[in-house]
Design a protein around this ligand. Sequence first.
Ligand code: PMP
Length: 360
Amino acid sequence: MVSFPPTPSNPAQDGSPLIKLDSNENPFGPSPLALDAIRKAASRAHEYPDDNCSELREKLAELQCVKLEHVSVTAGSTGMLSLLCQTLLAPGLNAVTSACSFIVYAMLVRASGARLIETPLREDGFDLDAILQAINPETRLVFLANPNNPTGTILEAREVEKFLPAVPDHVVVVIDEAYYEFAEHFAARLRFEYSRSLQYVRQGAPVVVLRTFSKVHGLAGLRIGYGLGPAELLGYCARMANTYSVPSVAQGAALAALDDQSHIEKTVLNNAEQAEVLAGGLEKLGYRVVPTAANFVYFDVGEDASILARRLRAEGVSVRALNGWGAPQCIRASIGTPEHNQMFLDAVRRVSSLGRKVSV
Ligand code: PMP
């Protein structure tokens, strides 16, 4: 039997660099405007950052048409998630989300001593009726990943609109829109409404919307994101935050990235075009691909995903096998540049059992 041992430090057999399609990052890197701002901010790295992130919060409040006190900037949007879990959860309490969703929900809920209740997937996405049924008197948080990571499925605005009034008053709903710009673009193409989440924030509803600079803005390594929600709740969360947790370099880069419309457009357009290329290529190889609303594709490989991922790594492509997500036959691959996507498809064709059978 042929084995495909992983060699993490230099995995590609020909020694070329690893094509990294495992973490839903921006394939074009940071915005050039953000890179300039990083250089500028780096020269003041001896100074502590603005702990209130005032300039960035003001800019976000203006952009999103919400009041300043509804905006909280954190170390990645997972920073906001962590503060919410520390603030609202404790042993004896619980949070509800879907199975096969963002893995950090489970980690942070567990760290708080609370319990995570996961409802089964429906058509690879969130089942909002099941979530409502799972809520009990001890529930404090509901996490909706929209789009969902890793399946890439989207909830339409009208579905969330119907869901929210049915959620009891003692529960805060987190609407995690890490992939907002990509989803908005896909929804516009398909002519449906993606999200009304900011309306709920403006109304002061018990909802926290999460956004991040890690995806379309290409700043994942700087750890900066934000939450939009009720001022009182954000105030309680802020008390749990570490002092100076958002570096000045990250704040400067985020401010500049918001101005770089052309980088955002380039990223979103490439993503939408290449989503079709990847889905088409994988389907041609015989795989079931779930239509994506994000910057990655989720597909069923019909065999142990970790084995296929290891073979791909040996070919120089890193993807995410979803064995640990309860989807042991599924893989998530980021949507990369056209060149990287082609190399990925070629590698899949070479190593997959299906690809070998279909031999296109
Ligand atoms: N939410 C979801 C659904 C995600 O997929 C991710 C990133 N993988 C995040 C939040 C976290 O983003 P950040 O880098 O801002 O912590």
